[in-house]
Design a protein around this ligand. Structure first.
Ligand code: SF4
Ligand code: SF4
Length: 386
C-alpha cells in the first residue's frame, strides 16, 4: 500500500490562514470512525514556554484542528492529552497554560487530560526491541483515533524530532527519564521510540512546520520560518517528507533507521509542492560514530565515557533560577548544588539532555567539546588555505 503525505503552504499563525490550511489538508484525508468516537489530540508541549520560541505545537494549529474535527465528527468526544517533559503533573498543567493551549481550545468543548492524571494500562509490544511492554495512559489505549500534532524541529540527541518522537510524550512524567536509562545510546533510543510507535500508531498526524526550530533543538535552537503543514495517516512517512523538506538525511535519524529495519517504513507519495528550507543541523558527531560501532561497544562508550569531548550540557549560573527541575529529572542524579551553584558531574552524565529540555529558563546550553572545536578549527584552516 502506498501512503499519501500531504504538504500545504501555511505562511503564518494568523487564525484565518491556519484555519484554511488545516481544513484543506485534513479534508483530503479519509477517516472512518464509529459513531460517538473518542478522539485524542497529542500536541508537543515539551516545555512551559511561549509559542514564539517554536518549542511547542502552536496553539493556533491545535485550535484549527479542534475546529475541523468538531465539524467533521459532531458526535465525537474529543480529548487533548500530554505529559510535558519529565516534570510531572504540575509541569504539564503549567505547559497547557503557558503554551496557550487552554485558551486556544476553550470554545471547542475539548476535555483536557494531562497524562499524569490518567490510570495506566499495560500494552504488550510483540516486536519490541528495548521494551516488550509499556504502561500507557488509559485514554491513549482507549481512543478510536489519536491525532498526533508534532512540531518540526531538529534534536541534539536524535537529530530530528517529528511525528514518531512526539509519541514519547505519551509516557507520563518520569517514565521518560527512565527510558533514557534503558536506552543509553542514541541508536537504542531510536529503537525505543519505534517500540512506542508500534504500541500507539496514531491514525492521523499533522505537523506544525509553519515555524520550526533549527540548530541545537529541541529547546535551545533558534526558530526557523518554514511555512508548511504536513499531514498523513502514517507517522514514519510524514517524518520522511519533513526530513526532505529541511534537508536532513534519513540515515542520520535513528527512528527512521529503526523503522526501515523493522518493516515499518511504508512506500509513500507526496501530494503538494514544497521548496526545501535548509535547517542548520545539530552537532551529531557522537551519534554518527556510535552508529557505525557494534551495539555493545556503543553502549559502553555512552555509559562510561564522559560527554565532554563531543557536546555536553552546561548550566549558565546567571540564567539559573534554582527551580531544581533539572535535578529532579536527571535519570542518573548527575546534577548537584556545589556552594551556591548547580553543577553537572560529567562522570555520571549520559548526555540524555533531559535537563536542558526541561529547563524553563533556557539556562542549560549545549557546549561543544574539544573534538568538535578541533574539527571546526581544522575546517576553518582548510577554508583559509583554499
Ligand atoms: S538550570 Fe534550569 S532547571 Fe536547573 S535549576 Fe536552574 S533554572 Fe531550574
Ligand atoms: S546531566 Fe546529563 S544525564 Fe543528567 S539530565 Fe543532563 S544530560 Fe541527562
Amino acid at each position: 500500500m502506498v501512503v499519501d503525505v500531504f504538504v500545504e503552504r501555511c505562511e503564518s499563525y494568523q487564525k484565518e490562514v491556519v484555519d484554511k490550511a488545516v481544513d484543506t489538508i485534513l479534508s483530503r484525508i479519509k477517516l472512518k470512525l464509529r459513531a460517538k468516537p473518542k478522539i485524542l489530540l497529542k500536541p508537543n508541549l515539551l516545555l512551559p514556554t511561549s509559542p514564539k520560541r517554536a518549542v511547542t505545537t502552536h496553539p493556533a494549529v491545535v485550535a484549527s484542528v479542534c475546529k475541523h474535527l468538531r465539524k467533521r465528527f459532531p458526535d465525537a468526544k474529543i480529548f487533548l492529552g500530554e505529559s510535558s517533559g519529565c516534570g510531572g503533573l504540575p509541569h504539564t498543567k503549567l505547559a497547557l497554560e503557558v503554551c496557550g493551549i487552554n485558551k486556544a481550545i476553550k470554545q471547542h468543548n475539548i476535555t483536557i487530560l494531562p497524562f499524569e492524571s490518567q490510570p495506566l494500562v499495560r500494552v504488550d509490544i510483540s516486536n519490541g526491541v528495548v521494551w516488550k511492554h509499556l504502561m500507557l495512559p488509559k485514554i491513549v489505549v482507549e481512543a478510536d483515533l489519536i491525532v498526533n500534532l508534532p512540531k518540526l524541529k531538529t534534536h541534539s540527541l536524535t537529530m530530528f524530532t517529528g511525528a514518531v518522537k512526539n509519541l514519547y510524550g505519551c509516557l507520563p512524567g518520569g517514565a521518560k527519564a527512565k527510558g533514557h536509562l534503558k536506552a543509553v545510546n542514541t541508536r537504542m533510543f531510536g529503537e525505543l521510540l519505534i517500540d512506542i510507535y508500534s504500541a500507539i500508531k496514531p491514525g492521523l498526524n499533522l505537523m506544525d512546520g509553519v515555524w520550526g526550530m533549527e540548530g541545537q533543538g529541541p529547546v535551545t535552537g533558534p526558530p526557523k520560518r518554514t511555512g508548511y503543514l504536513l499531514a498523513s495517516t502514517d507517522a514514519v512517512a510524514l517524518d520522511a517528507v519533513a526530513l526532505k523538506l529541511i534537508g536532513i538525511k534519513e540515515p542520520h535519524v535513528p527512528t527512521q533507521v529503526s523503522a526501515k529495519r523493522r518493516g515499518l517504513y511504508p512506500k509513500y507519495r507526496v501530494i503538494g509542492n514544497y521548496t526545501v528550507v535548509k535547517y542548520k543541523q545539530p552537532s551529531m558527531l557522537k551519534l554518527r560514530l556510535l552508529n557505525i560501532m557494534p551495539q555493545a561497544i556503543a553502549d559502553r562508550i555512552t555509559k562510561f565515557v564522559s560527554p565532554l569531548p563531543v557536546n555536553y550540557p552546561h548550566i549558565i549560573p546567571a540564567l539559573c533560577k534554582k527551580c531544581y527541575t533539572c535535578v529532579r529529572v536527571c535519570p542518573v542524579n548527575a546534577i548537584h548544588l556545589k556552594g551556591n551553584t548547580l553543577t553537572i558531574d560529567y562522570k555520571k552524565c549520559i548526555n540524555c539532555l533531559c535537563c536542558s529540555e526541561n529547563c524553563m529558563y533556557n539556562a542549560i546550553k549545549l557546549k561543544q567539546g574539544w573534538v568538535f572545536r578541533g574539527i571546526n578549527s581544522f575546517k576553518r584552516l582548510l577554508r583559509w588555505f583554499r
